[in-house]
Write a protein that binds this ligand. Structure first.
Ligand SMILES: Nc1ncnc2c1ncn2[C@@H]1O[C@H](COP(=O)(O)OP(=O)(O)OP(=O)(O)O)[C@@H](O)[C@H]1O
Length: 256
C-alpha cells in the first residue's frame, strides 16, 4: 500500500486556499499523525484523501491510482481498501438497525472479502458480528442492541469494528477520540494501536491533540493554516530543529 500526496492544494472559494502545496507519503503498516490547531485544514485533507472533496492542484495516488477514482469500479475498490472513522460516533450508526446489522454491513457490500481474523465458513452473520465486536473489546451480547442504548465509547468501538471488518489497507481516523472522556480516549488509542499491530494496516491519525498523536504514531506531520510546517519521526519530537509552531504545540500539550 502506498498513499502518495504530491504538491496538493485545495481552495473552497477563489481566494480561500485551505491546503497549500502538501506533499507526503504513507506506506503499508505505518501510522502517521496529522496535527494542527482548529482550522488548519485537517478534516479537509481527510475528505480530499477520501475522494469526497476535489482538489485544484497536485496529485494524490493510492497504490498508483489517481484519487478521486473516476470509474465506479475503481471507486468500489478504493472504498474497500480505505476506511474512515469520524469524530462523532453518534450519527454514524443507523438508529433503527441492531448493532449486528450495522457492523456486518461492509461485509455485505463486499461479499468477496473474507477477513483473515475470523473464520467465516459456517458462521452466521450474527456470529460474525459477535466476533467483530469481541475483536474491539466489546461483549458479544451488544450485537442485539440498538445504537441508542450504547455509550459514546461503545459506539466508537462499533464504528471501528465496522471499519476494520473488511480489513482495509488504510484507516483514516479524523479526531476519533475527541468526543470521548479522557479514560475512553486512552482506551480507544490502545485499541487502534493494538489493531494496527495485529493487521499491519496503515493509519492516518488526524488530531489537534499532540499527545494522542505521539502515543499512537511513528511519524507526525504538522499543519498550520494549510501548510505543512514540520514532519518528523516521533523519536525526534524534542529535537531543537523542530518548527516553532511544533514547539508551541508541545508546550501547550504539556501545560494542558
Ligand atoms: N465546505 C466548506 N466550505 C468553505 N470553507 C470550508 C469548508 N470546509 C472547511 N472550510 C474552511 O476550511 C478551513 C479548514 O477547515 P477544516 O475543518 O479542514 O480544519 P480542521 O483543522 O479540521 O479544524 P477542526 O479541528 O476545527 O475540525 C477553515 O477555515 C474552514 O472554515
Amino acid at each position: 500500500m502506498t498513499l502518495l500526496v504530491q504538491n496538493v492544494s485545495k481552495q473552497f472559494f477563489k481566494n480561500m486556499k485551505v491546503l497549500k502545496d502538501l506533499s507526503f507519503q504513507l506506506e503499508k503498516g505505518e501510522c502517521v499523525g496529522i496535527v494542527g490547531e482548529s482550522g488548519s485544514g485537517k478534516s479537509t485533507l481527510a475528505r480530499v484523501l477520501l475522494g469526497l472533496e476535489p482538489y485544484q492542484q497536485g496529485l494524490i495516488t493510492f497504490n498508483g491510482n489517481v484519487i478521486p477514482p473516476k470509474k465506479p469500479t475503481q471507486l468500489r475498490q478504493f472504498r474497500k481498501k480505505v476506511q474512515m472513522i469520524f469524530q462523532d460516533s453518534s450519527n454514524t450508526l443507523n438508529p433503527k438497525l441492531p448493532i449486528w446489522k450495522s457492523v456486518t454491513e461492509p461485509l455485505d457490500n463486499y461479499k468477496e472479502v473474507t477477513p483473515s481474523f475470523i473464520q467465516l465458513k459456517g458462521l452466521s452473520k450474527k456470529n460474525v458480528a459477535e466476533k467483530l465486536l469481541q475483536s474491539v473489546g466489546l461483549e458479544k451480547q451488544l450485537a442485539y442492541r440498538n445504537p441508542g442504548s450504547l455509550s459514546g465509547g461503545q459506539k466508537q468501538r462499533v464504528n471501528i469494528a465496522r471499519a476494520i471488518s473488511i480489513e482495509p489497507e488504510l484507516l483514516i481516523c479524523d479526531e476519533p477520540t475527541a468526543s470521548l472522556d479522557v479514560m475512553l480516549q486512552v482506551q480507544i488509542l490502545h485499541l487502534l494501536k493494538d489493531l494496527q499491530k495485529r493487521s499491519n494496516m496503515a493509519i492516518l491519525f488526524i488530531s489537534h491533540d499532540l499527545r494522542a498523536v505521539t502515543f499512537i504514531c511513528q511519524r507526525v506531520i504538522v499543519l498550520k493554516k494549510g501548510v505543512m510546517v514540520d514532519q518528523f519521526n516521533i523519536k525526534d519530537l524534542y529535537q531543537k530543529e523542530r518548527h516553532p509552531y511544533t514547539k508551541a504545540l508541545i508546550q501547550a500539550a504539556q501545560t494542558e
